[in-house]
Design a protein around this ligand. Structure first.
Ligand code: PMP
Length: 445
């Protein structure tokens, strides 16, 4: 059946995320997808536990998104955004401004999550130039974060698990505090923000902004931390005159049980990055929002304009998909869907803690995580999951699911049962030799 697709060509010529062109890893050919299921070229159907890297929150083949995109495709699939505007971009930005917190009033539409982070960092740097503080150029963040694979984004990823050492001096040296220690639901450890305060009090003259993933550190370890930490961080940013950038690329649009994760802490950022679920995962699009204050500051910078403008900025087809996706989100069904997923995962995953290879079990919103005592063999486990009829892609020492919100209880049970079954087969730490897929640097794959 494998000859249905030219897998040999694929492995000889096509790069997949975080792979080698000389030692290829197995890939599965997907023919189509519907609802929560991927259909392989050999006809097997897999329940999707990943929402295609956390983006396809409404599932696949959603008629509303398809019809919006079809209509847009015939009318205007792309046009340059320099000197031109169009209805899909205006409608989308109105929706984004209405859905996000009040101070965010300006929207920059870009291509992907990593670029949204680049844009956010450039905004912060230009803002301070406009305030005649051009020395404020460094970014402060926490360890175990992940913000993307482009250079500025890499510079704020976890310095130990990220790609800093690999690319050496080419990656800007930023400031890092320890990852938040206080977990979601715990009372704030008294010293949790002490290091942040220390760095800010001595280096605030050089620091343009703090960037952090609110509440959930995703690809850096699937850790859920305390809203009180986030609130404390917002206060520190105000105290030391530093901007706060929230990266909601993974958490935005309901994933943690709130529309945006910053709502857990009841705070507002100066700059907000969105991506992934923005289009329901149908096409690449991201957005960086900022406040009036930030926009004014940028206009006062020597350039007088914000220095970014990608070719596909504001792509009408992508904007039409995002408008349809946000209409679905705005009907609010996701609230009960995510709450039900959370409740079911809590019930069905809690006994996984008895499995010897499992170190921790945690659930927040529509995110269910088994942290293992040792890194897992991604390729081996992926095959085992496929054999069990599900699509789950572990990384590092994490077996996790972030399913589409429309998943049925039966499909979710299939996922949680498979997670436990696969975890139970894993020998204890030290007994396995990690493959290439389990290299230690961060990769959300
Ligand atoms: N920020 C966060 C929090 C992410 O989870 C990711 C992707 N996993 C990114 C940024 C980068 O997004 P993209 O892969 O679309 O460039």
């Amino acid at each position: 059946m494998r000859n249905l697709l030219d897998f040999d060509f694929d492995s000889a010529h096509i790069w997949h995320p975080y792979t080698s062109m000389t030692h290829s890893l197995p890939v599965f050919g997907v023919h189509s997808a519907k609802g929560c299921e991927l259909e392989l070229v050999d006809g097997r159907k897999l329940v999707d536990g990943t929402s295609s890297w956390w983006a396809c929150v409404h599932g696949y083949g959603h008629p509303e998104i398809i019809s919006a995109m079809e209509k847009q495709l015939h009318q205007l699939s792309h046009v340059m955004f320099g000197g031109i505007t169009h209805a899909p971009a205006i409608t989308l930005c109105k929706k984004l401004i209405a859905m996000t917190c009040e101070p965010l009033t300006k929207v920059f539409l870009c291509d992907s999550g990593s670029i949204a982070v680049e844009v956010a960092i450039k905004m912060a740097l230009q803002y301070w130039q406009g305030q005649e503080k051009p020395q404020k150029q460094r970014i402060l963040t926490v360890k175990k974060g992940y913000h993307g694979d482009t250079f500025a984004a890499m510079s704020v990823c976890d310095p130990e698990g990220g790609m800093h050492t690999m690319f050496g001096e080419a990656v800007t040296k930023q400031c890092f505090a320890d990852a938040p220690k206080t977990l979601f639901g715990e009372a704030l450890h008294p010293d949790d923000l002490a290091q942040m305060r220390g760095i800010l009090s001595t280096q605030h003259n050089e620091i343009a902004a703090v960037i952090i993933e609110p509440i959930m550190q995703g690809a850096g370890g699937m850790r859920f931390y305390s809203p009180e930490y986030l609130l404390g961080l917002r206060k520190l940013c105000d105290e030391f005159n530093v901007l706060l950038i929230l990266d909601e690329i993974a958490t935005g649009f309901g994933r943690t049980g709130k529309l945006f994760a910053y709502e857990h802490a009841d705070i507002t950022p100066d700059i907000l990055c969105l991506g992934k679920a923005l289009t329901g995962g149908y096409i690449s699009l991201a957005a960086t929002l900022c406040t009036d204050k930030v926009a004014q500051g940028i206009s006062q910078s020597p350039a007088g304009v914000f220095m970014h403008g990608p070719t596909f900025m504001g792509n009408p087809l992508a904007c039409s998909a995002a408008c349809a996706s946000l209409d679905i989100i705005n009907r609010n069904k996701w609230r009960s869907q995510v709450a039900a997923i959370e409740q079911q995962m809590r019930l069905e995953l809690r006994d996984a803690i008895a499995i010897p290879s499992v170190k921790d079990v945690r659930v927040l919103g529509a995110v269910g995580v088994l942290e293992m005592v040792a890194p897992v063999d991604t390729a081996l486990l992926q095959q085992q999951f496929v054999d069990l009829g599900v699509w789950v892609r572990p990384f590092a020492n994490l077996i996790y699911i972030m399913p589409p919100y429309i998943i049925t209880p039966m499909q979710l049970s299939q996922l949680t049962a498979a997670m436990k079954q696969v975890a139970a087969r894993i020998p204890l730490a030290g007994d396995i030799a990690p493959t290439q897929a389990t290299t230690s640097f961060i990769s959300h794959g």
